[in-house]
Design a protein around this ligand. Structure first.
Ligand code: GLU
Length: 280
C-alpha cells in the first residue's frame, strides 16, 4: 500500500471539531489514494491521559464513520522500546541529562500547542557537558542538537498542506537557534517525549503520509532530524488548517462546547459535522 496515514490523538479530553476535521480529512485522503488510516493512541503523558477518554475517542470516531484496523497501537504499552531507542543515542553522545527547570521539562513532554514556543526559550546548554552515567531521578534527557546536525547530510521534507506547501530544508543554524537541545525524555517517569515516540511509531507502522494540524508544523523540523539520526524514513507531511471558535481561537480539549459528544447528544449527524468543518 502506498498511502498509509494515521490519526494519533492523546486521550486527555473529548474530541472536538478540530479532531474530527483531522480524522475525516485523513480518511478522505486515504480513500482517494486507495490507502489506509491507522488509529494510534498517544498516551505517553501519564499525568494527563485517561482510559475513559480513550473509549470515548473510539466511540466518536466510529460514529463519525472512521474505519481503522485492529489492534490499535497504544503508546503506553511500548515505553521500554522507546526508552531503548532513546538510550541508543547515548553511545553516539547525542543525548545528555539535564536537571534544569521542571516546568520546562513538563511542557516539552506534551504535544506542543499553537502559539506556545517548543521550549520556553532556547536551552542555554548548562548541562551539555554531562554524560548519561550521571543521570539522576527527575533529570530530563536532551538532544545535543549541534552534534546531531553534524551527523547528518542536508535534510529536507515535503509539505503538501496549503499554508506551507513545498520542500523545506533543515538549516542547521536555524535548528540550533529556534529549537536547540530539545527534550527527548525524562528519567523515572518511564516515558519519552511525544516527538520521539511519534517518530518511532510512524516508522514502525510504515506511515507514508502525516495529516495533522498546522500547530504541529514547526515540530516537524525536529522530527525529521530524529528520523535521520535513527535512520528512519521521512513521510510526506500535510499540515491542515485549524478549526477555530467564533473568536478565532484554536479549539482546545477543554472547549467542551465544540465536543463531538455534545453535537451527538443534540442530534447532529456525522454529515452535519463534515459540513461544519468544511468537508463535503
Ligand atoms: N498526539 C498529538 C495530539 O493529540 C498528535 C500528534 C501527531 O499527529 O503527530 O496533539
Amino acid at each position: 500500500m502506498t498511502f498509509i496515514t494515521r490519526f494519533a490523538p492523546s486521550p486527555t479530553g473529548p474530541l472536538h471539531l478540530g479532531h474530527a476535521y483531522s480524522a475525516l480529512l485523513a480518511q478522505d485522503m486515504a480513500d482517494a489514494e486507495g490507502g489506509q488510516v491507522l488509529l494510534r493512541i498517544e498516551d505517553t503523558d501519564i499525568s494527563r491521559c485517561r482510559p475513559e477518554w480513550e473509549q470515548k475517542i473510539f466511540d466518536d470516531l466510529d460514529w463519525l464513520g472512521l474505519r481503522w484496523p485492529q489492534p490499535v497501537l497504544r503508546q503506553s504499552e511500548h515505553l521500554d522500546h522507546y526508552n531503548q531507542t532513546l538510550m541508543s543515542l547515548a553511545d553516539r553522545e547525542l543525548i545528555y541529562p539535564c536537571s534544569c527547570s521542571r516546568s520546562d521539562i513538563r511542557s516539552a513532554l506534551s504535544a506542543p500547542q499553537e502559539g506556545v514556543p517548543l521550549h520556553s526559550g532556547i536551552y542555554p546548554g548548562s548541562c551539555r557537558h554531562r554524560t548519561l552515567d550521571s543521570l539522576q531521578e527527575g533529570d530530563a534527557i536532551r538532544l545535543n542538537m549541534a552534534r546531531a546536525l553534524q551527523e547528518i547530510n542536508p535534510l529536507q521534507f515535503t509539505e503538501r498542506g496549503a499554508r506551507h506547501s513545498g520542500i523545506h530544508h533543515l538549516a542547521p543554524a536555524r535548528m540550533i537557534a529556534e529549537i536547540g537541545d530539545a527534550i527527548l525524555g525524562r528519567k523515572n517517569i518511564g516515558t519519552v517525549s511525544y516527538v520521539l515516540a511519534s517518530v518511532i511509531d510512524d516508522a514502525a507502522q510504515n506511515v507514508t503520509h502525516i495529516v495533522r494540524g498546522e500547530d504541529l508544523y514547526q515540530i516537524t523540523f525536529l522530527q525529521v532530524l530524529l528520523q535521520a539520526i535513527l535512520e528512519l524514513p521521512t513521510p510526506t507531511y500535510n499540515h491542515h488548517k485549524l478549526i477555530r471558535d467564533d473568536t478565532g481561537k484554536r479549539l482546545a480539549k477543554r472547549d467542551d462546547a465544540r465536543a463531538i459528544c455534545k453535537y451527538r447528544s443534540e442530534g447532529s449527524t456525522a454529515q452535519d459535522i463534515r459540513r461544519m468543518v468544511g468537508l463535503k
